[in-house]
Design a protein around this ligand. Structure first.
Ligand SMILES: O=c1ccn([C@@H]2O[C@H](COP(=O)(O)OP(=O)(O)O)[C@@H](O)[C@H]2O)c(=O)[nH]1
Length: 389
């Protein structure tokens, strides 16, 4: 658990503009290109900002977003393919940023759980390929433009993104919202705990759990982590909605004749228990924005609209998990893992983070047409070091 002074953070964000030091007559518009090298895909965010007249926050005018699957870690044994992926995505940046602005527009790539879980030499080989593609590009390549980001920073930067987008970082705003990010390889929870009377300043609480993203949790639940690449393997799981659930080309999972919420919960609890500790000071007044796989699976389960998102209580997810696992729905689940995924999400929220069944989550993909992701916070961090390191 890492704590960061929120006062430092907001003061620093407030001074982004002076740090940019642009010529007086220069256009007020500037751009930044941030790559998210995630475990399940690589994404490009091209941000267009407008300098505000005051020394306050810049205005985010637009985001161009594009993604490619699989993630860079899928090319651990052919790193030049990782370079190819980034080169393809850079075409989006060239189309979006005016040619005259290329040489002053920074390109940055931050990798998350996929590369954290690789051996250091394989991860390094992938990053070197990306660095090579950046160096050949017409964009500005800052120092430390390509690196693996640590999990707590991932959570803090996502918190900055969502609070920036929802207007909670403005000087006069007293409240903030918490964030819940469920990636493929890791999961993050970041929020501002209740003020203790004796505290001088408020501290952010950010926890990241490597190996507890949704895809990693599937493998861990099935005890299949060690089975990868060792030849075909069959596993029985109460969480498998179909007769046969394929998890990996070499690992297939069979249902023991029936799935069921209670038995499935016991399976996923083994992954959650003992590893996730409950962050203290969680309280009812904390509003949490939940995105990435929280959002995707809620859409798959028919709980929220895929464009609008929506509010859900933890008990709504639990209820739908029961319906899917106990086959109480009219429609067969579109994914053979929907029972396991919804049960894992319920277990993570309740037994992992200590949420009540009545806790309300705001399921969100985009805020004002901008992706809910750490990438925006990382871009703001680039323009002025936010002292989160
Ligand atoms: O800008 C983004 C970045 C990620 N995601 C979602 O985040 C999840 C996967 O996260 P990732 O592969 O980055 O996992 P990590 O490496 O962080 O564990 C998927 O549902 C993506 O669709 C998204 O919707 N928008």
């Amino acid at each position: 658990q890492v704590k960061t002074s929120l006062l430092d953070l907001t003061n620093s964000i407030g001074s982004i503009l002076p740090a940019l030091s642009r010529p007086a007559n220069h256009s007020r518009i500037f751009y930044a290109v941030m790559f998210d090298a995630g475990s399940t895909g690589t994404r490009i965010h091209v941000y267009t900002f407008i300098n505000s007249d005051s020394a306050g926050l810049p205005v985010l005018d637009n985001e161009m977003f594009h993604s490619i699957k699989p993630g860079l870690s899928a090319y651990a044994d052919s790193p030049e393919m990782a370079g190819h992926t980034v080169r393809m995505l850079l075409k989006v940046a060239k189309k979006t940023v005016p040619r005259l602005e290329w040489k002053r527009t920074p390109v940055i790539l931050r990798a998350t759980a996929g590369l954290r879980l690789l051996s250091p030499d394989k991860a390094q080989a992938l990053l070197q390929q990306v660095q090579h593609v950046f160096d050949e590009s017409p964009f500005l390549v800052p120092d430390d433009s390509v690196s693996i980001m640590n999990g707590t920073n991932e959570g803090i930067l996502a918190w900055i993104s969502v609070n920036f987008l929802t207007g909670h970082l403005k000087a006069q705003t007293q409240t903030t919202v918490g964030i819940l990010d469920l990636g493929g390889g890791s999961t993050q929870i970041t929020f501002l705990p209740k003020l203790r009377v004796s505290c001088v300043f408020r501290s952010l609480s950010s926890c990241s759990y490597l190996g507890h993203g949704l895809m990693a949790a599937r493998l861990a639940t099935l005890g299949a982590l060690g089975a990868e690449g060792t030849g075909e393997s069959h596993i029985n799981s109460y969480c498998c909605s179909y007769k046969r659930c394929i998890i990996h080309t070499t690992v297939s999972v069979s249902s023991p004749g029936y799935a069921g919420y209670k038995l499935c919960y016991q399976e996923v609890l083994k992954v959650v228990k003992g590893i996730i500790h409950q962050p203290y000071q969680l309280q009812d007044s904390n509003v949490f924005y939940a995105f990435s796989y929280y959002f995707d699976r809620a859409v798959d389960a028919g709980l929220i609209d895929g464009v609008q998102g929506g509010k859900l209580e933890v008990r709504d997810i639990k209820k739908r998990a029961k319906e899917v696992c106990n086959k109480m729905t009219k429609y067969p689940p579109i994914s053979s893992f929907l029972c396991m995924d919804l049960t894992y999400i319920t277990c993570l929220l309740k037994d992992g983070f200590g949420f009540k069944e009545s806790t309300v989550l705001q399921l969100t993909k985009k805020v004002n047409n901008v992706e809910s992701s750490w990438a925006l916070g990382a871009t703001l961090d680039h323009f002025h070091n936010l002292k989160i390191h």
